[in-house]
Design a protein around this ligand. Sequence first.
Ligand code: NAD
Length: 369
Amino acid sequence: MSSKNFKIAALAGDGIGPEVMREAIKILRTVKKRFGVGLEITEAPIGWAGIDAAGKALPDATLALCKRSDAILFGSVGLPDRDPTVRKEERPERAALLRMRKEFGLFANLRPVKLLKALAHACPLAKERQGDGIDILVVRELAGGLYFGQPKHTEEIPGGRRAVDTMVHTTPEIERIAHVAFKAARLRRKKVTSTDKANVLENGVLWREVVTRIGTQYPDVALDHIFADNAAMQLVLRPTQFDVLLCENMFGDILSDEAAALGGSLGMLPSASLGVASGGKTFGLYEPAGGTAPDIAGKNLANPIAQILSSALMLRHSFGLDDAAAAIENAVGKSIDAGYRTGDIFNPSDPSARKVGTGAMGDAIAAAI
Ligand code: NAD
């Protein structure tokens, strides 16, 4: 029981966003009653819904709401087929999501990938490679590296053009993401595998040096280093060797998507993007790993579990409500064990599986809390 009142900005966005957000809010209301925690949820438009409501992908009122909230629960934004006359800078992916990452200094992206045993059929790897189930946390640096380094441009040169991107990581940047990884490992199986290209990149040498130094502050956590290309291979050969996989921005972008494929469905995968902790509080944006899934939007087909598990990450990382977070995660496991399946994780040859829609999956999870 906590006497604090946590303010949540719930931004459903586009496509399946509103459908899966409805279920996450259902779960949060259940948790509120069951655990007596103060959760104040305020919904606001973003993405194309923001453009429709207020003329921009991130309306001023939505941003103001986020600023006075303790965390953001985000759906997804972007509809590729909507109005091609809207410039890319003003389209939701850039004007809402990237802007939000910048605005709130979100530098750490956490993507837990968990393959539940009952969903082994949905994993592309052979059963013998899945061991007792896959359970990896990818920790990705989100604010530095090749995507943001300067100079960054394309120029004309004799005989063609030359494109330049620059990879930059500073010591403090590496230190803060390493701390996130080691702290997360302490709550799991106490192992960090750090990826780099120390064999060919200056960035890799610095990365390895700094991560090793920070590692000495966590003597209870095992640390090993792996070249990023080998990490890509090991993820499909022996994924069970990984606990926390620490990556710089671009390697993390690629490896977290590869790891995501092991989880069975995008509809199962939550994520957290965290800012710098201040005054004992960590602001974060929590969202499913997938997008707006226009192909299934509005049909009660979307799997709400990624959104629901994102809300569990929010309770744990921004509010410190570990018991409530674990209750949601257990309820998801129980519902899967009881046979509830949305289309993306349904296996017709499993006699215990029951195909349900978005709302019924949310109801089953709420009932299991
Ligand atoms: P997507 O993730 O929306 O869909 C890829 C596939 O996964 C589709 O077949 C979809 O049906 C399925 N899928 C995704 N989530 C699911 C769920 N919860 N349940 C069941 N199936 C699910 O990727 P896309 O089609 O490449 O992108 C669609 C739009 O979403 C684009 O505009 C893209 O820019 C945007 N997008 C937004 C975010 C974000 O807001 N964070 C992330 C990724 C993509």
